[in-house]
Design a binder for this molecule. Structure first.
Ligand code: SAJ
Length: 435
């Protein structure tokens, strides 16, 4: 959709603060639509890299979009903000430890707001896209109006895109636009209407903040329920995967998958922002803790099993450490805690992951990880593991000391592994574990 300049007289210049996964694609998209965009990042190296037309993140299609934005002359990147009609804040909001849980670290958002304060004029619009706790937009709005005396507009418009598919989702996904008042929401809507093809829903800023957190909390609590079903099924000697599959045949049921825990920088963190905002968020807190305890549950099952089997000086190959399949991201990965528990219990651990590059523990080749091991423990649902066929399994079998596989994601062809002599143990299938 091209910008209808006649309708956009009030907004010409947009300053996007934070040029990461969300800020850079958003700034480029707005520049292509004809806005004059100033992209700001405090990281000089990052600014220089973008200026040179190079990418700071590996994202499909972003190179073409960025090149288009820079050559159009509409996108300029720098380390300091400047006067503009609109400011869009896309900086990180990590979690920090707090009161047996976590809370939102707002320091980057607050410092971005402080950096734009000297440039603010009456009638400016500030949009926050970073994930933040409820009422943060209101708090920042009150602070700005009190301390600058400026008459500004403000809105919260959370991003919703999946890394790996950012550009498509940036354009196609519906968006929630929460204004501090109606005029703020209306102005923010005009900006997003320039490139979003999905629906734009307007609401107030606190509702929009909750909407973002509720989306990820829904997923977290649903996974927690699946994980609890897995523990109960193990006790009852049934297979949770079969049970979930059958339950999901109901037209109004959709239970997600159990697993070794919930990782990544969104689902495992955002629910804490609700917990920190209300004493009534009991279920959310319980679900979060249940998912956080899954690595301990999985490690204890494995340790107990090895004791029952009387395997001395166990060596295991860990297959997959990233937080989910086919990505290289290890932030908040449950694999980290599982490896810690195994090491504390005198397991020798050798780690293989086809995607991970950076990790606290050394990474091995697939062969090193298999060699002389008693078991292979599959923690991540990489397609490479799913695709293991007869020849691969036979090769693996030759190198191992004991032929055990532990599948925490239900990704292996269990019948094939069993036919080739393996003892297959599946998370959530009580029949495969010694009682
Ligand atoms: N997981 C399970 N069982 C499942 C599904 C996932 O154990 O059935 C685990 C995964 O293995 C992983 C974690 O949960 O460790 C989170 O993975 P995910 O694919 O659910 O979510 P993210 O963190 O990669 O991306 C999400 C997306 N949100 C939703 O799908 C609701 C994305 O659209 C958001 O933009 C992003 O969070 C975000 O920024 O909030």
């Amino acid at each position: 959709m091209k910008l209808d300049k006649s309708k956009q007289k009030e907004i010409n210049k947009i300053c996007v603060v934070g040029l990461g996964y969300i800020g850079l694609p958003t700034a480029s998209m707005l520049a292509i639509q004809g806005y004059q965009v100033i992209g700001v990042d405090i990281d000089e190296k990052r600014v220089k890299t973008i200026r040179d037309g190079k990418l700071i993140i590996n994202e499909q299609g972003l190179m073409t979009l960025l090149t288009g934005a820079i050559t159009s002359g509409n996108l300029v990147v720098k380390t300091e903000p400047e006067e503009a009609d609109v400011y869009i804040i896309c900086v990180p909001t990590p979690a920090m430890a707090y009161n047996h849980g976590k809370k939102c670290d707002l320091s980057c958002v607050l410092s971005a707001v402080n950096n734009i304060k000297p440039y603010l004029k009456d009638e400016n619009l500030i949009i926050i896209e970073s994930t933040i706790p409820p009422k943060t937009t209101e708090m920042i709005y009150n602070d700005i109006t009190k301390n600058t005396g400026k008459n500004i507009y403000m809105a919260y418009c959370p991003e919703r895109v999946l890394p790996g598919n950012i550009l498509k989702e940036l354009v196609e996904n519906d968006r929630t636009i929460g204004g501090i008042n109606e005029k703020s929401a209306q102005l923010a809507k005009e900006i997003y209407a320039s490139f979003v093809e999905g629906n734009l829903y307007m609401t107030d800023s606190t509702t929009a903040e909750m909407v973002k957190l509720m989306e990820n909390t829904f997923r977290d609590t649903n996974i927690a329920l699946a994980n609890e079903f897995a523990k109960v099924s193990t006790e009852l000697n049934i297979n949770v995967w079969d049970a979930i599959n059958l339950a999901n045949k109901h037209p109004r049921v959709n239970i997600l998958n159990p697993g070794p825990g919930v990782g990544g920088h969104c689902i495992s963190i955002d629910p804490w922002f609700i917990v920190g905002s209300s004493e009534n968020a009991e279920l959310i807190k319980k679900a979060r803790n249940l998912n956080d305890d899954m690595p301990k549950y999985v490690a204890s099952l494995i340790i107990k099993e090895f004791k029952e089997m009387r395997i001395c000086n166990p060596k295991v190959g860990i297959f997959g450490i990233t937080y989910k399949g086919d990505v290289e991201d290890t932030r908040e990965t449950p694999a980290r805690a599982i490896i810690d528990y195994l090491l504390q219990n005198d397991f020798e651990v050798s780690i293989y992951d086809p995607y991970a590059v950076d990790f606290e523990y050394p990474l091995s080749t697939m062969e090193e990880s298999i060699k002389n091991s008693d078991a292979l423990i599959f923690l991540t649902d990489h397609d490479e593991f799913r695709d293991f066929g007869k020849d691969d399994i036979l090769e693996i079998s030759k190198l191992m000391r004991n032929k055990i596989v532990i599948d925490t994601r239900n990704i292996l062809n269990h019948n094939l592994w069993k036919e080739l002599g393996f003892d297959v143990k599946l998370l959530g299938d009580g029949r495969t574990w010694i009682k």
